[in-house]
Design a protein around this ligand. Structure first.
Ligand code: GLP
Length: 260
């Protein structure tokens, strides 16, 4: 696991560099997309590169991590719509190449199985962007999630619903109580995991993710088992890391050509 501690703008550039490298090498790259505020600067940077440098998403495929159950098709917080607004529309990504679990399906388990099959059919995810919840969840894999889980329906914790109420007029009752989410096993199949976290409120989750024991109580800790995981954090989110100085020194002495 590589930990990079830098200002948020630099973290976004690093993540965008990794994505651009993949897209330039193979325009049919498969990208894993996250919602939430953490990846927004990365999406801004990709949109800028699309406009100014012609970075193309025409042949790329996107798979979202998760989706709320039951939000109507036109609901602005439906994750499919959030991804359309925050990244897909800004980089002219063909709509039929960006996929998400279907939170409006009559048969939710079948929708989850179909989603797993679609990811496999696409050859798996090359690079998965991730954020982390204050309780250590990734995607919507709440504490207690099986470390081997696949895409399935989950119940959101009260804490996650409170954290996300800011997107729903600060009204926790408007936040759905269920979601469909890629499982931890699904996420672990991606070839490169790139997690972004900023702010002091993420410091404990980041400490557990990087330095804690692997445990379903902090679901993101499963990433310690991934052969290519990158954790991009600002000073505040890094403030509880025991080996912060070591991570800083390691990144400073890394050759520039190496990438993430
Ligand atoms: C939500 C999303 C996660 C995201 C997390 C953190 O629960 N399902 O994918 O990582 O929130 O959100 P934020 O980046 O806004 O802090």
């Amino acid at each position: 696991m590589e930990v990079v501690i830098a200002p948020a703008e630099e973290l976004a550039v690093l993540a965008a560099d990794a994505i651009e490298t993949l897209l330039r090498r193979d325009p049919a790259t498969v990208l894993g997309l996250a919602t939430g505020s953490s990846p927004l600067k990365v999406y801004d940077e990709l949109a800028r590169r699309h406009e100014q440098d012609g970075l193309s998403f025409d042949r790329a495929t996107g798979f979202m991590l998760d989706e709320y159950v039951g939000l109507t098709e036109d609901h602005p917080q439906r994750y499919r719509n959030v991804i359309e607004t925050e990244i897909a529309s800004r980089v002219a990504w063909p709509a039929d190449r960006v996929h998400g679990p279907d939170g409006l399906a009559d048969d939710l388990p079948a929708a989850c199985a179909a989603y797993e099959a679609a990811i496999a059919q696409a050859g798996g995810v090359d690079l998965q962007i991730l954020g982390i919840g204050t309780d250590g969840h990734i995607a919507f894999n709440e504490p207690g999630s099986s470390l081997a889980s696949r895409t399935r329906i989950k119940t959101l914790t009260r804490q996650t619903r409170l954290d996300n109420a800011r997107f729903f007029d600060d009204d926790v009752d408007q936040v759905p109580s269920h979601c469909l989410t890629q499982g931890l096993g699904t996420i672990m199949d991606a070839r490169h995991l790139v997690l972004l976290a900023t702010g002091r409120h993420k410091a404990e989750a980041v400490h557990q993710l990087v330095e804690g024991p692997i445990s379903a109580m902090w679901p993101a800790t499963v990433m310690q088992m991934h052969p290519h995981a990158t954790v991009l954090v600002d000073d505040a989110a890094a403030s509880r890391l025991q080996l912060g100085d070591y991570y800083r020194q390691t990144f400073e002495s890394k050759p520039g050509w190496q990438g993430l």
